[in-house]
Design a protein around this ligand. Structure first.
Ligand code: ADP
Ligand code: ZN
Length: 813
């Protein structure tokens, strides 16, 4: 008798496996997806191990298989274990990240009236039962969740009783759409009829000319032709005629839905690298050649346009030469079309893409083809790290500082970069991180020699003959908006930005106006002196809560009255921020009526296709100005953009978060990198009320070092990462008072536990309302644990339901 250790998709997640016996008729292997009984239900499970002895004496049988053979490799099971332990998520959830698209089995119970029931009123025992049965009769088939919503929380037991009495029937089905390979009808000539066909062809009647050409086409084709296209070309009735004569065979052939199909990529050969690029590439390649002598992870730091992508391409090439494969991660696929194109044209037909912008069918096919070894490279967003890539040799993480690499809204709340490091450890692969403005924690690790640090100091300008030379960075000017106000300019645009815009348009060039919309209208600032209301204890911007009529520090919880006058200059001109892309676009059109303004934001542009269309319009010169949020700051290359304006840099600085400075720096660097990428010089104008802020100053100089030094000094002073670890505990509830009450109770328990155990090194910050304080109808409060090992506390305090644990949160808002 064999047994299986199975991670089960139980409603209350478990960080462990359960033992099941393997019945004789089932062949079960490690990594397989199965159905198992769990309590009264049948749930999905993933087999972590096949063993000789169970953990418990009594075991139940595995009910059935859900996959033919293994879906997860053994290193993926190890990765799932690590994710579950590190991020405190359930083992099943962690392993489910690596299932193929459509691989989740979510059983749902559906109820319908039993055919034996003629008269509902007669069958029912009570008016309540009658209403219940009538509801189901009216809707024919109703699932348990809908019953719950329509008829209240007791509906499940009521339904069970009615099933027992034979009045209702229940069926369990998986709610997730079952996906399969796409089969497409193909047509060929029936080989047994060739003789007859040949005879007919010799003197085919003239009116059957099209049938004859169809036969010719089928004779010439070396493989069956797709039926739909053939019918279209030769006429459905002609196909039908030949079929009637038994001259055709129709087969179903697997066709892959390929997201890159129909997109033509001119094959591109490798460029010859500059000497700086060459030495960086040599270091990475040496690491690939001699893995044991090199660090597991490299960090390439270089401003935008310094040629980092060429390094990735060269490293991937070496990886493939060594017979291994690569995963390339990009922060957000819509914005990184250009990166995908560069990989697809350098490595034609060897690139798979995996991201949420694909159709379910495309994702399914790309996953399976990747697993079958049809591709050598996967390019994708966060979840691409879980691609079933055999023989992995390299993981590239482009823009490694990007927050999109952290899964924030659902469990497991993993960081793809940290998962990449772990995966590399398990597979012997190398990790290559790249950024113009690395996460200070990554840079810190590089300085501590945990990562290999590689620097590309120059921005490249590529001349017409393709030769790269070091290029100056765009000139960046910081405009003090307080001064503008003082001198009577109340416009959105400073006089300098106005003049630059005019010059840019006159010269026939293009410009981008950038707006950071995060935090809009939630911070309070003095329009006279630029002073921003900040928490005295935490030095982060206070957030305005309309309901409470207070300014609240989202870090320590201190609440402040809204001042009437600015505490600094005693002026009365306090205002909440609130500009959007629309008002900027309108102001621009008013000022320059002949200019075509293109606008991008989440409201105006909903999907990837719209986004691409807009970018294409701008690229082909259909518009002279592009206005947008941070999305346009990323990865795009527009040679004829000579001016970038940041309408108000302050908004980024005001995120109520200890990482606001870092984020603002990163965004401003990216924005500045957009200007002057062609042969014409570029100019950047940053408007701000805080011209002396270190993040703004450092980004204007594109000086990462000076930013890093200042930022680290602040982090050390306040005990923030990388000097400590953070854990965020988020509680959500539909009732505000309950939410707050429970958050306070948990914080108290934590504090008691900490004091009782004498682990004084853990600070408990909060509880405070999270930002936004209410999301999708639920109130949100959070507690932040800070210390060298804050997890220790979680081992001792069990969190009630409706709490989410976020290890290493990227944001505390
Ligand atoms: P980054 O990824 O750092 O922003 P890229 O790799 O995109 O930089 O390089 C910027 C531009 O310079 C790209 O158009 C790229 O094709 C070009 N480029 C980079 N290195 C070279 C090189 N050695 N020879 C020719 N062109 C290069
Ligand atoms: Zn505070």
């Amino acid at each position: 008798m064999k047994f299986a250790e199975v991670a089960v998709d139980a409603p209350a997640g478990h960080g462990r496996t359960f033992s099941y016996s393997i019945p004789d008729h089932l062949d079960i292997v490690q990594g397989q997806s199965v159905k198992v009984p769990f309590g009264p239900r049948t749930l999905q499970g993933i087999v972590f191990a096949v063993v000789d002895a169970p953990q418990v004496e009594e075991t139940r049988d595995i009910a059935d298989t859900l996959s033919a053979g293994a879906l997860l490799e053994s290193h993926q099971l190890s990765l799932a274990r690590w994710i579950s332990e590190y991020y405190l998520s359930s083992l099943f959830e962690s392993a489910a990240l690596m299932l193929p698209p459509g691989g989740r089995f979510r059983p749902r119970t559906f109820y319908s009236l039993s055919p034996d029931v003629d008269d509902v009123a007669e069958a029912a025992n009570s008016p309540h039962q009658q209403r219940f049965l009538e509801y189901i009769q009216r809707h024919e088939v109703v699932d348990a969740g809908r019953l719950n919503r329509a008829l209240g929380p007791n509906s499940r037991s009521m339904a069970a009783r009615l099933v027992e009495r034979g009045l209702l029937e229940s069926k369990v089905r998986s709610s997730s759409r079952q996906m399969t390979h796409k089969l497409v009808e193909h047509i060929a000539l029936n080989p047994e009829m060739l003789e007859e066909i040949g005879v007919w062809m010799k003197n085919a009647p003239r009116r059957s000319a099209r049938q004859a050409t169809l036969v010719d086409a089928l004779l010439e084709a070396d493989a069956p032709l797709p039926a739909t296209e053939t019918r279209k070309e030769f006429g459905a009735h002609n196909v039908a005629r030949l079929r009637e004569r038994q001259w055709l065979t129709i087969t179903q052939q697997r066709t892959d839905r390929d997201p890159l199909a129909g997109q033509m990529f001119a094959p591109e050969s490798a460029v010859s690298l500059t000497s700086q690029q060459q030495s960086v590439t040599d270091a990475v390649c040496a690491g690939l050649d001699h893995p044991d002598e090199a660090p597991r992870t490299f960090l390439v730091q270089g401003v935008t346009g310094s040629g980092k992508t060429e390094i990735y391409l060269a490293a991937v090439e070496r990886c493939l030469e060594l017979g291994r494969r690569a995963i390339v991660m990009v922060p957000e696929i819509a914005l990184t079309q250009q990166t995908i194109e560069r990989f697809a044209s350098r490595f034609p037909n060897r690139v798979a893409v995996l991201h949420s912008g694909l159709s379910a069918g495309e994702r399914f096919d790309q996953w399976w083809k990747t697993r079958e070894g049809d591709y050598d490279i996967v390019v994708g967003s966060r979840s691409a790290i879980f691609a079933p890539m055999p023989n992995l040799g390299l993981v590239v993480v482009d823009e490694e500082h990007e927050w999109t690499y952290k899964q924030q809204d659902s469990n497991p709340r993993y960081h793809a970069r940290d998962v990449a490091n772990k995966l590399a450890e398990l597979t012997g692969a190398k990790v290559l991180l790249g950024s113009a403005s690395p996460d200070v924690s990554s840079y810190h690790r590089s300085l501590a020699k945990q990562y290999g640090l590689l620097i590309l100091p120059d921005r490249l300008s590529v001349s017409k003959n393709g030769k790269p030379t070091p290029a100056p960075l765009a000139d960046v000017d910081i405009v003090d908006m307080r001064q503008e106000l003082k001198e009577g300019n109340r416009d959105m645009f400073s006089r300098q930005l106005d003049a630059e815009m005019e010059a840019c348009l006159d010269a026939g060039n293009q410009m981008i106006l950038f707006l950071n919309r995060r935090g809009t209208a939630s911070q309070l600032q003095c329009r006279s002196c630029g002073h921003q209301m900040r928490c005295a204890k935490c030095d982060i911007a206070l957030t305005y809560h309309r309901r409470a009529g207070r300014l609240i520090c989202h870090y320590c919880g201190t609440r402040h009255r809204i001042p009437e006058r600015c505490p600094q200059c005693l002026g009365y001109r306090l205002s909440y921020y609130g500009i959007g892309t629309q008002s900027v676009a309108e102001a621009l059109e008013q000022r320059f009526p002949d200019t075509t303004v293109l606008r991008w934001d989440r409201d105006a542009t909903r999907n990837i296709a719209d986004y691409r269309e807009l970018i294409e319009k701008f690229r082909t010169g259909e518009g002279q100005a592009l206005v947008g949020t941070q999305m346009i700051a990323k990865g795009l290359h527009f040679p004829s953009v000579t001016l970038v304006g940041v309408v108000l840099a302050d908004v980024g600085l005001s995120i109520p978060d200890y990482r606001a400075g870092e984020r603002a720096f990163q965004l401003l660097c990216q924005v500045a990198g957009r200007a002057g990428r062609g042969e014409r010089p570029g100019r950047v104008v940053i408007q701000t009320y805080q011209p002396d802020n270190y993040a703004i100053q450092a980004s204007a100089a594109q000086d990462y070092q000076s930013f890093y030094n200042k930022e680290m000094a602040y982090r050390r002073e306040r005990g923030n990462p990388p000097f400590n670890k953070l854990i965020r505990l988020l509680h959500t509830h539909i009732n505000q008072a309950t939410c707050e009450h429970e958050a306070r109770a948990v914080a108290r328990t934590m504090a008691d536990e900490r004091d009782a155990r004498g682990i004084g090194s853990i600070e408990i910050l909060g509880p405070v309302p999270a930002y936004p304080a209410r999301l999708r109808g639920r109130y949100r409060w959070h507690i932040v644990l800070r210390g060298p090992e804050p997890r220790a506390l979680l081992d001792h305090v069990a969190l009630p339901r409706d709490w989410h644990v976020d290890i290493d949160p990227v944001s505390l808002t």
